[in-house]
Design a protein around this ligand. Sequence first.
Ligand code: SAH
Length: 247
Amino acid sequence: MKFDILTLFTGMFTGPFDESIIKRAKEKKLIDITLHNIRDYALDRHQTADDAPYGGGAGMVMKAEPLAACIQEVKTRQPASTVVLTSPQGRPLTHRVAAELAQKDGLIIVCGRYEGIDERIRTLYAEDDISLGDFVLSGGEIAAMAIVDATTRLIPGALGSCESAGSDSFGDGLLEYPHYTRPPSFMGLDVPEILLSGNHELIRKWRRKESLRRTSRLRPDLLCEVPLNKEDLKLLKEIAQEDAGGV
Ligand code: SAH
């Protein structure tokens, strides 16, 4: 999958894209990331990429011409890629959205700065608009990193054999069960017996139950969207009884 990132701050991406899963995915040629400095497409001597807003007020707006020139050049090279804006007004980045993006040939991600980008760029080029959540970031770079990371994890082969996306939170619509590693007892807290039993069926059932317990406690909204089987309903009943009894 091809990622083209359009930004005024290419330096921000060194580090996050040079470690761990993203680094390996690049080495395995599962993904390819190219950074484009929008300033290189500015027309004037001073390479101006922003200007004062029409109508007055505080802040600056990213100019349309450099952005348009940059998007057009990248799109000519990657015609199958989708132009994605980053903005607090976009659709929230969820597991489902990441899975949808992972199906694309490529993404051309536009990182805004200042008050945002000239609205005509949205009208002319935007095919999608993604938000990290209901808060305002200083720029789209962190959102672009989150999009690349969440999407790459879902590309087959990107995760090593000891990592798995299958049971991760949201993978099956639920929050993931709790994890433990050695030692078996820590500050008076013991690892649940079942996890030490070696009984795979009991462990599977315990994990499913804890996954359901967490989801019903922390994100009951998610439960409405998950297809629950007979076993899940029985486990949820047990959880309700345990919780009522203060377990
Ligand atoms: N004035 C805009 C916010 C601009 S913030 C508004 O009120 O809607 C500057 C840039 O940061 C945006 O263009 C966008 O690229 C990025 N950004 C800010 N918050 C974001 C969020 N929640 N999700 C994704 N990108 C965000």
